[in-house]
Ligand binder design. Structure first.
Ligand code: F6P
Length: 549
């Protein structure tokens, strides 16, 4: 048993769960007209309505006790203060310093890091304004019209979700493309759509050693030289974002075209750093700084708001309630906004690479579930893909529903229809439909008793499906920054309560090393028997199929 599962709060929650699990939210709403005001909170125009959750006052109090017992506030302060909370890499986790718009000192090993954070922001502003203003041109004088970001994981997903989401704020005539997969199709297809003379490649890699990124970077450089016949021009068309300046220089990146960040910024938390360069080239520095301000606003909310009204803390506690007491294996993100279609992909890395852990901070195997499987789809598409399971399946799937009140693209009453679906789905998931209600509907449709008897079981909805509704005025850079920071802090609070280190990712290393070994075998194109019979036979069959290099 662990301290967590032995703790009074955990044991009280277990006992409470036994009583609560058969309560229906319908009844909880019936019994308490104040349920919404009690279980909702605001930060600026961002409203979190968490009243459609399977909680009572007692549940909420016990969950808050769990946070108190885990000393969430202390760990929070440790993180903001630059303490080395990433214990297996002996590093701070200071993505919050990157958006510290108050510019108060943040100390790392006795150094206030804010001057260098601000220096890089200035370097990014200067460079982006030259490119967007047409002063920084290609080797043959062409305007830069296309930016290709070559990166993977946190060096791709964060900037990618933001560029997708902020498209309405983008400068016309500037396109941003993202290449991440080592599958040659990814780079090949992107290169078909750009011209070397007007294309700027950003090699984004904290380590500057990631296999996929370096292969794509070299292939892009080869393509550029082949297409232009001008090797010297590489220096003008390739820039780097990295902590590893030496290797970037070896690639041919000019010092003035290197944008640094630091090892106290985790990859999945790095979009606020120079990794956000594609965002800045696409939207402009002012918009990027608005995003930083939105994130900083959420940081201040997280730091200063009492736990019971603290949005990231509440999301974290509710996630633990379902993950650890209802045995929910996943958490779904339903963004009712087409610009947020890549949000689940970003949150998958943020959450699952942070909290997909089995060993706690004491080096012991946990005896409880940790990070959930994150997935999702835009609304209303989700309703036509998997809402059958959400409504009538056997698996509990807690979900966040997000929507802006205002659309960037008013079209007839379509946004209003989207809103109606958003409100209807969260209500239907909560209320369900009783046999009596279903029978009345079927009678009204003219069915006879025999037919109703046949159909009725399939028309009943158990309901009691929990959702969080996150409603805000509009999806602008500031709100985008706040929402992304909200999820970062949710993940952090869950990691604290689960007593795991959310800031390392040793689990991603093993597969990479094995891939290198197998690559050597594939290159020989000779019969393989070095591995398990499955791997051997797969490789040997692939050889028979005369695989592509
Ligand atoms: O997925 C493993 C990982 O190390 C991520 O944490 C990181 O965001 C990604 O690979 C890319 O790493 P780099 O930015 O060093 O290329």
């Amino acid at each position: 048993m662990s301290d967590l599962t032995e703790s009074p709060a955990w044991r009280e929650l277990q006992a409470h769960f036994a009583e609560l699990k058969d309560l229906h939210m319908r009844d909880l709403f019936e019994q308490d007209a104040q349920r919404f005001s009690k279980f909702s909170t605001r930060m600026g125009d961002i409203l979190l309505d968490f009243s459609k959750n399977r909680i009572t006052d007692e549940t909420f109090d016990l969950l808050l006790k769990l946070a108190k017992d885990a000393d969430v506030e202390h760990w929070r302060d440790q993180m903001f203060d630059g303490e080395p909370i990433n214990i297996s890499e002996f590093r701070p986790a200071l993505h919050t310093a990157l958006r510290n718009r108050s510019n108060t000192p943040v100390m790392v090993d006795g150094e206030n890091v804010m001057p260098k954070v601000n220096r890089v922001l200035e370097q990014i502003r200067y460079f982006s304004e030259r490119v967007r203003g047409g002063h920084y041109r290609g080797y043959s004088g062409h305007l830069i019209t296309d930016v290709v970001n070559i990166g993977i994981g946190g060096s791709d997903l964060g900037p990618h979700v933001v560029c997708d989401a902020m498209k309405p704020y983008a400068q016309r005539g500037m396109e941003v493309h993202f290449v991440s997969n080592v599958d040659p199709t990814h780079l090949t297809e992107i290169l078909k759509g750009v011209k070397p003379e007007s294309c700027l490649f950003i090699i984004s890699s904290k380590s500057f050693t990631t296999q996929e990124t370096m292969m794509n970077a070299h292939s892009a450089r080869d393509w550029f030289i082949r297409e232009t016949g001008n090797k010297k021009a590489v220096a003008k068309h390739f820039v780097a974002v990295t902590t590893n300046q030496q290797v970037a220089a070896d690639f041919g990146i000019l010092p003035e075209n290197m944008f640094e960040f630091w090892d106290w910024v985790g990859g999945r938390y790095s979009l606020w750093s120079a990794i956000g360069l594609p965002i800045v080239l696409y939207l402009g520095m002012d918009r990027f700084e608005e995003m930083l301000e939105g994130a900083h606003e959420m940081d201040l909310h997280f730091r200063n708001t009492p736990l019971e009204k603290n949005i990231p803390v509440i999301l974290a506690l509710l996630g633990i309630w379902y993950n650890n007491f209802f045995d929910a294996q996943s958490h779904a993100i339903m963004a009712y906004n087409q610009y947020l279609r890549r949000l689940p992909a970003h949150l998958q890395q943020l959450d699952m690479e942070s909290n997909g852990k089995t060993i706690n901070r004491n080096g012991e195997r946990v005896d409880y579930l940790t990070g959930p499987i994150i997935w999702g789809e835009t609304g209303s598409n989700c309703q036509h893909a998997f809402f059958q399971l959400m409504h009538q399946g056997t698996k509990p799937v807690p979900a966040d529903f997000l929507i802006p009140a205002k659309s960037k693209n008013p079209l007839g009453n379509q946004h209003c229809v989207l809103l109606s679906n958003f409100f209807a789905q969260t209500r239907a998931l909560m209320m369900g439909k009783t046999a009596e209600e279903a029978t009345a509907e079927l009678k009204a449709d003219g069915m006879d008793d025999e037919q109703i008897k046949e159909v009725l079981p399939h028309k009943i909805f158990e309901g009691n499906k929990p959702t969080n509704s996150i409603l805000f005025e509009k999806l602008n850079p500031r709100t985008m920054g706040s929402l992304l920071a909200m999820y970062e802090h949710k993940v952090f609070v869950q990691g604290v309560i689960w007593n795991i280190n959310s800031f390392d990712q040793w689990g991603v290393e093993y597969g990479k090393v094995l891939a290198d070994d197998i690559m050597h075998e594939l290159k020989t194109r000779e019969h393989v028997d070095a591995y398990d019979v499955s791997t051997n036979e797969l490789i040997n069959y692939c050889m028979k199929l005369k695989f592509t290099d």
